[in-house]
Ligand binder design. Structure first.
Ligand code: 5CA
Length: 139
């Protein structure tokens, strides 16, 4: 994959900002969220339109879930919150992907900084992240 990285001076730190900058649906934005499951960092690739149900995520992964803090995200991925990409991390992370993202022709993810994003297909996202498709979003 050779992604074309787009930079937006107005910022793409949140899913809402990224969707406004790109001009796509909020649901097409990939939130690359880091949680801890039994102390191990895990990556939940979540549609910008959805929130993670941590009970569902814990049932899926088989452990108690907590949110990684800013230092934990940087330690696990090598990137800061707001710019964390969905793959290319400091260490390989167990990853799951919100099935809602699979419904789109293309989705947009952070490219490592809070002002860059790139477009890719859900298939490319699954391939590159190794994520397992699952339902862990809140109703
Ligand atoms: N660049 C955008 C769109 S690609 C982006 O990275 N969005 S994100 O959702 O993946 O990253 C921002 C997320 O980080 C927010 O949804 C928020 O839930 C989370 N977050 C923000 N501050 C903190 C914090 N202090 N601790 C843990 N998580 C946080």
């Amino acid at each position: 994959m050779t992604p074309e990285i787009l930079r937006f001076p107005e910022g793409t730190r949140t899913a809402e900002q990224a969707a406004a900058a790109v001009g796509c649906e909020l649901g097409q934005i990939v939130k690359s969220l880091v949680f801890l499951c039994g102390g191990e960092p895990v990556l939940a690739l979540t549609s910008g339109a959805n929130r993670v149900d941590t009970t569902r995520l814990g049932d899926l992964l088989g452990g108690a879930i907590s949110r990684a803090d800013a230092d934990g995200v940087r330690e696990a991925t090598g990137y800061a919150i707001g710019g964390t990409p969905p793959f290319g991390h400091a260490q390989p992370l167990r990853a799951v992907i919100d099935r809602a993202l699979l419904a789109y022709d293309t989705v947009w993810a952070a490219a490592g900084t809070p002002d860059t994003v790139f477009e890719l297909t859900p298939d490319e996202l699954v391939q590159a992240s190794g994520a397992e498709a699952a339902d862990f979003a809140a109703d």
